[in-house]
Design a protein around this ligand. Structure first.
Ligand code: ADP
Ligand code: MG
Length: 917
């Protein structure tokens, strides 16, 4: 055992040599003490995580916004003109803005990164003779690792056993075609890509199985040496933030043009150029919603957190937005819509039907023959041999075990297989003793693509047992065993009837067959079971729908979101389950089979995906076509998946969703979102949160922009009329940044509104600022202009003090703003019900904190002498404060009017899909 891991590949050594170097054992793996000791020497199998970019750079990048350039330049000119306080305040405010932006971004990045970290990668190892699932970081050199399709290779392995093993090494070599793996030693001086007997950390198993010995961990692995550390940069940009960036660029040009125009026209009218410069800067500052980027990031980050609490982990931020606009959810059946709690209820063998009683995986229950008069009776003299053989096939051709803790039985492995062990146990057939008497020589594990599994067992004559879907087996069977245990020809019509009968009850049907192997056969391949199988029987198992998934399906439908079931299971089974869950849009469940879809052209397929509720016997590779077809119809698609071959579809879908518990690593890596409970209800919950995020962003815009609008109108009009500016650039900065942020950030925490899931999805092509939102913004802007201008002119003429007049205009604007804020928030709704029903304030109490803070800051803004110097404000007398409260009154009807033209909770428009129920 090397004391230090050498930077060498072990591809040139033979298997026994490698095993010896690492003092390992292929049969039993390492012992616990040995693992502990190596752990001391070699440490965790984990690359150090490097912080994305240095903090100072992140901070500097905050200034890299066109809108901030204007401010920095404006500050520069002020300084040049000698107004140092002015310049200092402008710069100070931009720095505060950058700090807020930086802190928010860092928090959002941290939240997403830590969520991603919480999902650990697991791997299968052999230790002390037992196969275990452990976190990949617990591996030590010499560990024996078992790979299967869908796994991420956890460390550098020298392969010792392979079965059709293929590995995608594109991350390492750039080669996108998966590599076929082998175990023979290779010449020493060959490149990484040619070392086909190695499996490298970070690559993915796309097919087959393999066993290997860990020869390098952590930073001694090939990837470790390339990168030395894993850079975990979270990308915070989403379509929405990009839209904002574009919007602010356009805004910038507009503002520059307008500001220049104002400046030139004013000069032409003989105004002093200092006055005109102040007007131009004030205009620029007023038109820019400085607080908006921070609010967007906060809102998205809060959405991510809320989703995590509801079992949906976001891996890519754009998914948050897409979730809010999802129009179709394509879900797996088994395990996502259903419990994945399988119990065999019906058996068909030797032409007879049997019933199995009992529930769950407990061996309590019995098997009885079903009579034509539909009574069932127990067996008098032992099990019929063919029934017994069918049950034995289910136990031997099986990779799972049952586990009993106290009184509850559970499955370690595949629930489908667990059910078979339980069924056999009800006939007193014990898994351990069967496995001991018919020891297994080889196996072809189950892959969705083939829909079957086969095992080879030792005996006087070795025998192959096969289990799988009816379709995959019957074409390979030439005969069946009848009731009298004689071989007869297989009657496909009768078999089909038996399958239908089970499937229509919603049972998942597995077929069983066997074949005698050659006398000295030690391994099996797919070719060995292509023909000449003998059909043994069928077992039908129930997998009840998850009750919360049924509720979630219903919730989606009221929200105008279509739910479609995609499954590898039989069409009749899928149809029955879909019917029980209420997935169908019309009277009947519309179902298609994979084979049908394969024959369709793109246009037919697009129609089929719109009409269909259920897609059965779908090969994972067909899912990609389904997603594309839906997207071609303009749908925003969420798609769940867990297998290796689901990855392309998950990447293509707008919200690719992988299973956190049951899924493969390949699927998780491709997904935008992970479900920690593998439950359909969590997809629905995430959609709900996604909608809330979008709604809260809309509210933030509806709240912020009218103030910008009012300010800009004020400056423009006053400048053109050559009157004193009612509000100065510094004061505008205060309003747009300090005041806006304290009042808008709480909006991001708003809970979902009541009718949220009763509305249709938003139109994917809808612009961020819709026509009605624009009308709202303009209406309120106009009001704000009248307010600022009116109060200023009135106060100036009555007091003759321009500083007081400006201060009063600002305070009045803020008070009116509070009323407006309440009108669009959940807090407002809550307050109304407090007044009406004397109930408690339940919604968005954090908004109260925001409002109180804003009022306190305004008080300081005008009453504290330092602020008077910095912002050219003046302390107000009590009666002047009262005057500032007055505009709150007209704001009430105006806000109601605004809510009428643009309902803040969205409009419950009649949607064609909603009327179908
Ligand atoms: P889904 O997960 O959508 O139900 P799968 O691809 O897992 O679909 O299964 C497809 C079919 O393959 C099932 O209907 C069943 O007949 C068969 N099958 C499922 N699991 C196993 C297994 N462990 N061994 C053999 N056959 C299986
Ligand atoms: Mg499955």
């Amino acid at each position: 055992m090397p004391a230090q891991l050498q930077f060498r590949s072990y591809h040139d050594l033979t298997s026994p040599e490698v095993t010896k170097v690492f003092d390992s054992n292929l049969k039993t793996g390492l012992t616990a003490e040995e693992v502990a000791r190596r752990y001391e020497t070699y440490g965790w199998n984990q690359l150090p995580v490097k912080p994305g970019r240095p903090a100072w750079l992140g901070f500097l990048l905050q200034f890299n916004q066109p809108l901030l350039y204007i401010l920095l330049i404006a500050g520069g000119v002020k300084a040049f003109l000698g107004s140092w306080t002015n310049a200092a305040v402008i710069w100070g405010v931009t720095i505060i803005n950058a700090v807020i932006g930086y802190v928010q971004e860092a928090k959002a990045e941290g939240a997403i990164a830590s969520l991603a970290k919480a999902v650990t990668t697991e791997t299968t190892v052999l230790r002390e003779g037992q196969t275990l699932r452990i976190p990949s970081q617990d591996l030590v050199p010499g560990d024996v690792v078992l790979l299967t399709s869908g796994d991420k290779v956890p460390a550098d392995l020298r392969l010792m056993k392979t079965r059709s093993l293929q590995i995608d090494e594109s991350a390492l070599t750039g080669e996108s075609v998966p590599v076929d793996k082998s175990i023979q030693p290779l010449p020493e001086d060959i490149s990484l890509a040619e070392r086909t007997n190695m499996a490298y950390a970070g690559s993915f198993v796309t097919f087959g199985q393999g066993t290997g010995i860990v020869v390098a961990t952590a930073d001694t692995t090939e990837v470790g040496q390339i990168s030395q550390s894993m850079t975990q940069r979270v990308n915070l940009s989403t379509p929405l933030t990009r839209k904002f960036a574009k919007f602010s660029r356009i805004l910038l040009y507009g503002i520059l043009a307008l500001a220049t125009l104002t400046f030139v026209i004013g000069l032409g009218q003989g105004e002093s150029w200092i006055y005109m410069f102040e007007a131009a800067v004030a205009l620029a500052v007023s038109a820019i919603p400085e607080g908006l980027p921070a609010v967007v990031t906060i809102t998205l980050a809060i959405g991510v957190n809320r989703m995590a609490r509801r079992h949906a982990i976001i891996r890519k931020l754009p998914a948050v937005e897409a979730l809010g606009g999802a129009t179709v959810i394509c879900s797996d059946k088994t395990g996502t819509l259903t419990e994945n709690q399988m119990t065999v209820q019906a058996i068909y063998a030797g032409g007879e039907h049997y019933e199995v009683s009992g529930s769950g995986y407990s061996p309590k229950g019995d098997i009885r023959l079903t009579r034509r008069d539909s009574s069932a009776e127990p067996f008098e003299d032992g099990l019929p041999p063919i029934l017994e053989e069918c049950l034995i096939a289910g136990v031997l051709c099986n990779d799972s075990q049952l586990k009993q803790t106290d009184d509850t039985w559970s499955v370690v492995g595949d629930p489908t297989e667990g059910a078979l062990i339980t069924a056999a146990a009800k006939a007193s057939l014990n898994q351990a003793s069967l496995a001991a008497s018919r020891s297994r020589l080889d196996a072809i594990p189950f892959e969705s693509q083939y829909q079957y599994m086969a095992t080879l067992h030792d005996g006087v004559v070795p025998v192959i047992y096969v289990k799988g879907s009816v379709e995959s087996l019957t074409s390979r069977c030439s005969q069946m065993i009848g009731h009298d245990h004689q071989k007869t020809v297989l009657d496909p019509v009768q078999l089909e009837k038996a399958v239908e009968q089970m499937a229509e009850q919603g049972l998942r049907v597995l077929a069983f067959a066997k074949k005698e192997a050659h006398a000295h056969q030690h391994s099996i391949d797919h070719e060995d079971i292509e023909t000449d199988l003998t059909f043994l029987g069928l077992q039908g198992m129930i997998d009840p729908p998850r009750p919360e998934a049924i509720a979630a399906v219903h919730a989606c439908q009221s929200a105008g979101i279509q739910v479609k079931m995609i499954t590898g299971d039989h069409i009749a089974t899928a149809r029955t389950i879909a019917h029980r869950m209420g997935i169908q849009k019309a009277e009947q469940v519309v179902a298609f089979e994979g084979q049908q879809l394969a024959r369709m052209d793109d246009r037919q397929l697009a129609q089929a995906v719109e009409d269909g509720d259920v897609f059965a016997r779908v090969a994972p590779t067909q899912k990609l076509r389904l997603v594309e077809a839906l997207q071609s119809k303009g749908e925003v698609v969420a798609m769940t998946g867990d297998g290796v071959n689901d990855a392309p579809a998950l990447k293509q879908a707008d919200i690719g969703t992988a299973m956190g518990k049951g899924g493969t690593e390949v699927a998780r890596e491709a997904a935008d979102m992970l479900l920690t409970d593998d439950n359909f209800a969590s997809v629905e919950a995430a959609v709900e949160e996604g909608r809330t995020v979008y709604q809260n962003l809309r509210k933030a815009i509806a709240f912020l922009l009218p103030v910008n609008g009012g300010e800009s109108m004020t400056i423009l009009i006053s400048a053109f009329l050559a009157r004193d500016l009612p509000i100065l650039s510094l004061q505008i900065l205060w309003l747009n940044l300090i005041n806006s942020l304290t009042m808008t950030v709480p909006l991001a925490f708003e809970p979902k509104s009541n009718g949220l899931m009763q509305q249709p999805p938003r139109n994917p092509n809808e612009p961020l600022i819709t026509g009605r939102l624009l009308r709202r913004i303009l209406t309120v802007s106009l009001f704000n202009w009248i307010l600022i201008f009116g109060i200023f002119e009135w106060a100036k003429s009555t007091t003759g003090d321009i500083a007081i007049a400006r201060t009063m205009a600002i305070q009045a604007l803020v008070f009116a703003r509070i009323v407006y804020l309440l009108s669009i928030s959940q807090l407002g709704i809550s307050l109304l019900s407090v007044i009406r029903h004397r109930s408690k304030i339940t919604r968005a109490p954090i908004l109260i904190v925001g409002i109180v803070a804003a009022v306190a800051l305004q008080f300081i803004f005008s009453q504290w002498s330092v602020m008077n110097t910095l912002f050219e404000t003046a302390p107000l007398a009590p009666e002047q404060w009262l005057v500032c409260l007055l505009p709150m009154l007209p704001m009430v009807p105006l806000a109601i009017f605004a809510n009428f033209i643009d309902p803040p909770q969205g409009k419950a428009v009649a949607h064609p899909r909603l009327n179908m129920h």
